[in-house]
Design a protein around this ligand. Sequence first.
Ligand code: DSN
Length: 431
Amino acid sequence: MDHRPALAATDPELAALITREEARQFYTAKLIPSENYASSAVLQATGTVLTNKYSEGYARKRYYEGQQVIDEIEELAIARAKSLFGADHANVQPYSGSPANLAVYCGLIAKGAENQRLLGLGLPAGGHLTHGWKVSITSRFFTAEQYGVDPKTHLMDFGAIAQKAREFKPAVIVCGATAYPRVIEFAKFAEIAQEVGALLVADMAHIAGLVAGGAHPSPVPYADAVTTTTHKTLRGPRGGMILCRSQHAAAIDKAVFPGLQGGPHNHTTAGIAVALHEAATPAFSAYAHQIVANSRALAEALLHEGLTLVTGGTDNHLILFDATGLSATGKQAAKAMDAAGLEANFNSIPFDPRSPFDPSGVRIGTPSLTSRGLTEAHMAHVGRWIAGAIRGREEPATLRRIAGEVQDLMAQFPPPGFEAPYPPRPAISME
Ligand code: DSN
């Protein structure tokens, strides 16, 4: 029987699509490092009547009536965020990470201020679009320049970053990354920001769960403002959050609402509150450390297969490898992996000679497999499958065999958010 009877009755076409996606998620190995599986508790909080309510403004200062319960939900989420990350102030209303970043820049850099300069990590070096990359609106609103990574080691070179900051004299320095496999040294960024008189923003979207669980240093003591999404390693619903020092709270709140957004998504706020509650447990801390242990084990397995890894390995949840070592482009490799039930994304590597639409690299990570309960021993299989799929990308039988083995393993480790009866195993097709 369908476990969403109302949806199945009202819109069987859409219900069937969701059922198919459930089976796909259940039986594939999700290696995209920015994805995860929200728990059943998070999903239940998110799929509620809270979606029906408008609540522009902030708790106790709203523009619509009927906020008796919504105020308490938002206050609970804020209190949990502050307590988990040790922050002075939290705003849980950003719709996601990109709006959170824009809101923070708008809050910290006053309209009409002489210095409108923003310095962030370049996209090809592992930064995010909203760190001032040329096609992002952040580079239209602000005068943006980018720092990179060392051409040889692909590590952040703090001498070069400091030099760039001295020359450019930004109002805001942004640190944080979407494809950097090493620890981000927030203290060093804070030193540079202090030296050049800039404010420091840390985008910890990728590593928020690691920070919550103590598996990566926290940016909160060092940054004027910290932004994050809530659905990556933090394992909440899709959303965003800003943490900041008290002196920036009013300006940043104003930039979120009424500056950039209207009514907050209250069902998401509730899901964030649940995720923060889950992330404050010893079990979550163990999870965060296991993500890193798995990532290191997977890196070892890939090195064993002869792959070249950006920076030679990993200290966090993700790995960036150069697929051209197996005579494939990043896109060919990611497509072969997908056909074999290994979900990843093609990605530029630093100083990539290839275009971003078909770059040299593939980005993978362990947050989702770790949520399913896989440990280091399983990573040896995953590494073999990845290399096998890329090498055998022209061989449908090889890809089919690996997809079957992936399904066998995934069937033994149901992800959070899935409850029995589990989806039936889908047929493996090689379209
Ligand atoms: N889309 C996210 C990622 O995959 O890293 C960044 O926002």
